[in-house]
Design a binder for this molecule. Sequence first.
Ligand code: BGC
Length: 746
Amino acid sequence: MTDGSGRVEELLASMTREEKLRLVSGRGDPAGTATGYLPGVERLDVPPFRLVDGPLGVRAEGERATAFPASIAVAATFDPDLAREKGAAMAREARALEQDALLAPGANLIRVPHCGRNFEYYSEEPLLAAETTAGAVDGIRDEDVVATVKHYVANNQETDRVRVSSEVDERTLRELYLRPFRAAVEAGTGSVMTAYNRVNGTYMSDHDRLVDDVLKGEWGFDGYVVSDWYGTESTVGAANAGLDLEMPGVAIEGGFGGVGDDGDEGDGSFDGADLEGEAAEIMGGLPDGTTGDLFGDPLADAIDAGEVPAERLDDMVRRILGQLERIGRLENDADDRSAGSDGDGDGDGDDAGAIDTPAHRDLAERIAARGTVLLENDGVLPLEDGADVAVVGPNVHEAKLGGGGSSETTPFRSTSPAAGMESRADGAVTVARGCEPIPDLSLFDALPFVDSEELDEPEADAGIGIDAADPDIDAAVRTAGDADVAVVFVRDRTTEGKDRDSLRLPSRQDELVEAVAGAAAETVVVVQSSGPVELPWREDVDAVIEAWYPGQADGAAVASVLYGDRDPSGRLPVTFAPEGTYPTADERRYPGIDDEAHYEEGLFVGYRHFDRDSVDAEPTYPFGHGRSYADFAYRDPAVVDDRTVRVTVENGADRDGREVVQAYVRPPESTAVERPTRELAGFESVPVPAGETRTVEIDLADRALGRYDAADGWVIDSGTYTVELARSARDVRKTVDIEFEDGATP
Ligand code: BGC
């Protein structure tokens, strides 16, 4: 037993049952900033414990924090080090706001392109999601804050999220959906949050097999498992399944349901009967808020009745105290949060976190730029410094910070697209909105009775004033026609609690792009979206950029890419395809029938689906796609050993660039079991200066080479594996072969 656990055991031995129960079910935060709160045990110097939302930034109630780019933008960098840096920066900000645990990262796979929370997640690809998740966890942990990977597991849609059962087979769970969570455990996450949904009929808070057997047993997870908010479904079932902490613990009188315009008392149902339209749909995504304190008196009763072993309560407390200890909160002076660095790089670790520092602002901009994907370019980009530019779009006066719901972050400052373009351009900049602003959509709008403190608008960069004229497509067309180039900014709108109805851009934005493209000498479109969107005009414009939700640095980051100060080095972490061609285009699969979503596509999600012979549809832009301003050639591919390949990348352009080398494996043809055509097994983002070469070594992931067998677990079939060195799942440049003998193990 380590010293640390000695301290935890000592505390456990001194605690009354009452005190233990107070550590496993949340309470309201007296300071009012935390998303979840435990009062601690004053008598024993166990301090209060605060949990706060992420994953785009810290959402402490009534406080500002850096609004980082959305998670999907981080994944688009194909650089887990940036996830690590963002995780560490968020953790420093959490500490500065006196929080102990971050409710981040979100690690669910992007199965459904419509999912309202795709911007909070990473990818359709389990390896990319796993590595990015591990990076984020590592960064948060490093700064002595508890990371909470969420939402375990198969929480892939917002429609009916609190009722739906994800009907999914074991192999698919193992090879796809569980992988990012396992990576989080391997990276040392302190906490795992259970999802609202059911898996194969059982609510995740009560899922004995996936929580107790797989997560804690097989993977050896020694942190605590926390419920999603109001997502604890029972006392006995959840306690025995391995849930350690109920959040938020306190119920809302009347619940969420039934509270409507007429002010009726709620009845705890979630049909949102009194609300209309979008608000009613969002209500469908809310849990039953009338339940709470299931781990309070009811747990004591269940222990007395012999339904839950008393040791289970000790185990819950041990796991929670273990994390407090790990982040230094059980040290003598529990209020001294000086452990860890203050982010200024001087290693003195002498302050309590850091917030809105120049380093954090710079990181927010760097990640936004690095995650930007150049989808198309006929040569108009990078823009000439002196070009006269018309900046067009309904929301060009506001940065796209994120989507709605628990990840909403209020920054100290932000740069709108118009301000970012104006401060970078040497030529004239004119602005026209073209159509009415696309309003943000938020889960909180459906909760008028939730008293969320409104902060003033963040400080916006000085610069171009708001275009006062009524938005009008004809006026935008005239503005665009007078410039050398029109840059049109378009966006989608998403929130936790509701899926997108369509992959088309909302309102009249498609019409606006078409009209501008018909009049402007050259047209560039910058898309700010949560995930895949349909771009029906893409062949009528000269360049298209996917900038995701870039966060507070929006205009500054986008301008730096448009003008070529930075190479667009993002690559797609999701396949872009026509709406009807995704594997979830079948109602049984999504949103499901009779509260069951059947994952019948199995492993064939994302590019694995589009690669199938039986699928007669092409992606619009494949997974991994993204162009550069440089020009890369691949040569000298080689096998280093059976887990490592090598290739040399040459930049033939006269400008520096950054390439993302992707290694896909194709399993042996002889494999008797059906497998995807190719799976991403490794990747590396590498800067290559103008005219130079870089040799890149890529480690191949065991779980991409292997497959999960119900009887034998992870196995590697014998035979010849072809490793494709590629620029996307559809742009293979070189191949090498690796042989595996019988009996190789992952
Ligand atoms: C979300 C979680 C979030 C929690 C606390 C839930 O609605 O699903 O991701 O951490 O609320 O705000």
